[in-house]
Design a binder for this molecule. Structure first.
Ligand code: RAM
Length: 360
């Protein structure tokens, strides 16, 4: 069996050269590499819940986009937890939520730097797979958080809430606001975003319920988690669909831009807007009557759970298999679900009555 250090040298080589060359230089694919190939199986060996938490590790966070306040909060939560546990935190990532190639090269950089674990919010479900598998083959634990890749391309996914709940409740929130009647649209993030696409599928399914028979989804637009593009897409939706009654924007960047557009237009208070936003971004639009209710989880808690999961994996306390449990510090005990998914909890619905109690 090859040693971890040799595997890491090979990882660095693979990250800077072509994979084929690295495979040759490193003696090709071994039996161990093959058995380490898939998702939860990538964590060779059994979980030891009593194993000591390792210190002195390096954990890299790779968000979809570094200049997005949502990820700033999430990664701060991750940083705090990593430091508390006696390890080193680093953050790398692209400035655009559609720079998939950039994300791939950041994964390769973290692999080259021989981090012990990485937490990644994937811009695209498939694009990062080869690079993430390469990282796992080199003893790096891979956690996705916020937006997943495929289950066999990471050890575990730390999800903000049940995707099904998020999708269905956003439709329910909007339906109540428009009296279950009229044309609606969705303003999403990037077209490839795993998290938004999963939620949108559940929204479409929710809309099949006969109680929504008088509601019609007329368009799904993409603002790419870019403020200007999201603003323009909102404007476009309203021009193209003069009967539009409501918009769901399941992205903090999108909902903020849509609220900004609506609040300065004749549609303010008439065209309803809900989705996923931060209370700090949305406070003024709730107070000025543009938005009634929207939802989100605490991004810092999501980052914290991702960090604690990464360190539990790197310490051998969990391997990512369904049914394993671990204690995430003061956040309590979590159980790994199907496909290595760990759910943070239930989101909060914000409205004029409670928004001032939240600061993120
Ligand atoms: C944006 C990103 C992120 C998503 C939130 C709700 O910040 O698209 O992935 O989870 O919105």
């Amino acid at each position: 069996m090859r040693t971890a250090s040799l595997r890491r040298t090979c990882a660095a080589l693979a990250a800077v050269t072509s994979l084929a060359l690295a495979a040759t230089a490193c003696g090709g694919t071994t039996k161990e590499d093959v058995s380490n190939e898939g998702g939860a199986a990538a964590s060779a060996g059994k979980a030891d819940p009593d194993a000591a938490t390792r210190k002195g590790l390096t954990v890299g966070f790779l968000p979809k986009q570094v200049n997005n306040p949502y990820f700033t909060s999430a990664d701060k939560g991750g940083e705090k937890a990593v430091k508390e546990l006696g390890s080193t935190f680093k953050e790398v990532g692209p400035t655009s939520a559609t720079d998939t190639a950039g994300q791939v090269s950041y994964v390769n950089t973290l692999t080259q730097q021989q981090v012990d674990a990485m937490a990644v919010s994937a811009q695209d479900p498939g694009a990062l797979c080869t690079a993430l598998k390469q990282a796992m083959r080199n003893d790096i634990k891979v956690v996705t958080y916020d937006s997943d890749t495929k289950p066999d391309c990471r050890n575990a996914f730390v999800s903000q809430a049940s995707a099904e709940d998020l999708g269905r409740t956003e439709v329910q929130l909007l339906a109540e606001q428009i009296g279950y009647k009229g044309e609606i649209a969705i303003l999403s993030a990037a077209q490839t975003a795993t998290n938004q696409n999963t939620w949108i599928e559940f929204m479409k399914d929710e809309l099949k319920d006969p109680k929504y028979r008088e509601m019609k989804l007329v368009e799904v637009a993409y603002g790419n988690d870019d403020a200007q593009q999201s603003f323009q897409q909102t404007q476009g939706l309203l021009q193209e669909h003069p009967n539009l009654k409501g918009i769901i924007s399941p992205t903090t960047v999108g909902i903020k831009a849509a609220a900004q557009y609506l609040s300065g237009s004749k549609y303010k208070g008439k065209v309803k807007l809900t989705g996923l936003g931060t209370p700090n971004d949305m406070r003024k639009y709730v107070k000025n009557g543009t938005v009634e209710a929207f939802e989100l989880w605490d991004p810092a808690k999501l980052g914290e759970l991702a960090a604690r999961t990464a360190i539990a994996l790197a310490s051998g306390q969990i391997t990512g298999q369904e049914g394993e449990t671990f204690t995430a510090g003061a956040m309590g005990e979590y159980t790994i679900g199907k496909d290595g998914v760990i759910n943070l909890g239930k989101p909060t619905v914000f409205n004029a009555g409670n928004i001032d109690r939240f600061d993120f």
